[in-house]
Design a protein around this ligand. Structure first.
Ligand SMILES: *Cc1c(COP(=O)(O)O)cnc(C)c1O
Length: 394
C-alpha cells in the first residue's frame, strides 16, 4: 500500500476512522436527547466523507440547488434534506418543490416568491421560517450570521407578517422555525442565549398555534484549531445538554441541528511538499505546493491552522509559510515555528476536513487534488477506496 511520501502532493488526507468516531459520538449524544442531526454538506461534499455520514442516518442541510441534487444523488433521504440560503433562484425553489424538500425561507419577499411558484406548479411548499434571533456568536465577523442587521434570516420585527402570509395561503405549509447564528462558535454561552430567545419567540408569536412543530437550531459548533491532535472530537455531550436543559417547548416539537465543521473538520489534513525556502530581508519563507486554492480559510478570514513538518527533526526556526498562488494573502502562517525546513520536506496542515476541499478555487488554473483516505490504518487513494468498499454506493 502507498505510503505518504510517495503520493503526489498536495492532497487531502481523510482519517475515516476518526470521522466514524466523531459522527457516532454526535449521533449518540443527540439521539439520547431525542434530537435529529443533519449534515451541512457545504462543509465537505467529498462522496466518501458524505457517504459515511449518510450511512449513520443523518439528514442533509443544503444551501444551493446543486447541494440538494448532490445530497439526493448521495442517497440522503429527501425528507431529511433542508434547503436554506438567502438567494434561492426561482429554479432552485422549483427544484425543492419538485423533490419535496423542506425550504428554510429567509425573507418576506422570498416567501411571496415561493408562494407564487408553488401556486403555478400546483404544489404546497413545506417551509420553515429562518428567524434572526439577534444573538452575538462571538466568532469572526465573516462567519457570524445571527445579528439584527445581517443578510440571513427574518428579523422578529417581520416575523408576524411572515406568519400571516403563511396562514393565509393555500400553497404554503408552515412547519416551524429555523435558526443559525454563525460558525466556529467555541463557547456554549451564545447557544444558551439562543435557547432563551427561542423560548421567548415561540411563546410570543404562538408558533405552535400557527402549526409549528419543527425547531431547527442550526449548527456552528467550533473545533479546536490550536490542538487538533489533543482534542480531535468536539464535546457533543455538553453542546446538546445546553439545548436539552434550556429549551422549554411543548414535547411534541421535533428538534433538529445542522452540523458541518464539528463533524468533519478534524478528520482532514492537507499534505503538502516544500518547494522552496527563501531568505527574505528579515524573514525566512517556506513556499509550499498547496496554497489558498486548496485551503482558502487563512486568506478569507485569517484562520490559523496548525502545521507540522513530518520530514524534519532539526532545530526550531521561524518561518512564514506561504503558498504558490499569485496573491499576497496566500499565506498559511506568519512567524510559525517549524524544525529547520528544506526543499522536499512534507508538511501536514491540520483541521482541513471542513471548508477546505469544498472551497477549492480554480484560480491560476490550479488542479483540484485527489483525496487520499486513511481507513483501519491503511492508506487508500480514491480508486482503491472504491475497490475495497464496493458496498458504499459512490
Ligand atoms: C453553514 C451552515 C451550517 C453549518 O455550519 P457549521 O459551522 O459548519 O456547523 C448550518 N446551517 C446553515 C444554515 C448553514 O449555512
Amino acid at each position: 500500500m502507498a505510503d505518504l511520501t510517495t503520493i503526489e502532493t498536495p492532497f487531502y488526507l481523510y482519517d475515516l476512522d476518526l470521522l466514524e468516531e466523531t459522527v457516532s459520538s454526535a449521533m449518540k449524544e443527540a439521539g439520547s436527547r431525542g434530537f435529529f442531526v443533519h449534515y451541512a454538506i457545504k462543509a465537505n461534499n467529498n462522496p466518501v466523507v458524505a457517504g459515511i455520514i449518510r450511512d449513520r442516518g443523518l439528514g442533509a442541510d443544503c444551501v444551493s440547488g446543486n447541494e440538494v441534487l448532490k445530497s439526493i444523488e448521495l442517497g440522503f433521504p429527501r425528507k431529511g434534506i433542508f434547503f436554506a440560503g438567502v438567494g434561492k433562484t426561482d429554479r432552485e425553489i422549483q427544484l425543492a418543490l419538485d423533490e419535496g424538500i423542506l425550504l428554510n425561507c429567509e425573507s418576506v419577499e422570498e416567501l411571496r416568491v415561493i408562494e407564487e411558484i408553488a401556486e403555478s406548479a400546483g404544489r404546497t411548499a413545506r417551509l420553515a421560517l429562518r428567524v434572526n434571533p439577534s444573538v452575538e456568536a462571538f466568532t469572526h465577523h465573516y462567519i457570524a450570521t445571527g445579528m439584527d442587521e445581517n443578510k440571513f434570516g427574518i428579523s422578529t420585527a417581520h416575523l408576524q407578517d411572515a406568519l400571516d402570509i403563511c396562514h393565509g395561503s393555500d400553497f404554503l405549509d408552515f412547519v416551524g422555525l429555523h435558526f443559525h447564528i454563525g460558525s466556529q462558535i467555541t463557547s456554549l454561552e451564545p447557544y444558551k442565549r439562543l435557547c432563551e430567545r427561542v423560548n421567548q419567540i415561540w411563546k410570543d408569536f404562538d408558533i405552535s398555534g400557527y402549526g409549528g412543530s419543527l425547531l431547527n437550531m442550526g449548527g456552528g459548533l467550533g473545533i479546536d484549531y490550536d490542538d487538533p491532535e489533543g482534542n480531535p472530537i468536539p464535546d457533543f455531550a455538553s453542546f446538546f445538554t445546553v439545548f436539552s436543559q434550556t429549551l422549554k417547548l411543548p414535547g411534541s416539537i421535533s428538534i433538529h441541528f445542522e452540523l458541518g465543521r464539528s463533524l468533519t473538520g478534524q478528520c482532514g489534513k492537507i499534505v503538502t511538499r516544500v518547494l522552496y525556502t527563501k531568505q527574505g530581508v528579515g524573514k525566512k519563507f517556506v513556499i509550499t505546493d498547496a496554497g489558498m486554492t486548496e485551503l482558502m480559510r487563512p486568506s478569507l478570514y485569517q484562520a490559523v491552522h496548525k502545521i507540522k513538518n513530518i520530514s524534519s527533526s532539526g532545530n526550531p526556526q521561524t518561518y512564514d509559510i506561504v503558498g504558490p498562488v499569485c496573491e499576497s494573502s496566500d499565506v498559511f502562517a506568519r512567524d510559525a515555528t517549524l524544525p529547520a525546513t528544506a526543499r522536499g520536506d512534507l508538511l501536514q496542515i491540520f483541521s482541513c476536513g471542513a471548508y477546505a476541499e469544498s472551497m477549492t478555487l480554480n484560480f491560476n488554473l490550479r488542479e483540484k487534488p485527489s483525496p487520499v483516505y486513511l481507513s483501519e490504518g491503511k492508506l487508500l487513494t480514491a480508486g482503491n477506496y472504491q475497490a475495497v468498499n464496493s458496498t458504499t454506493n459512490l
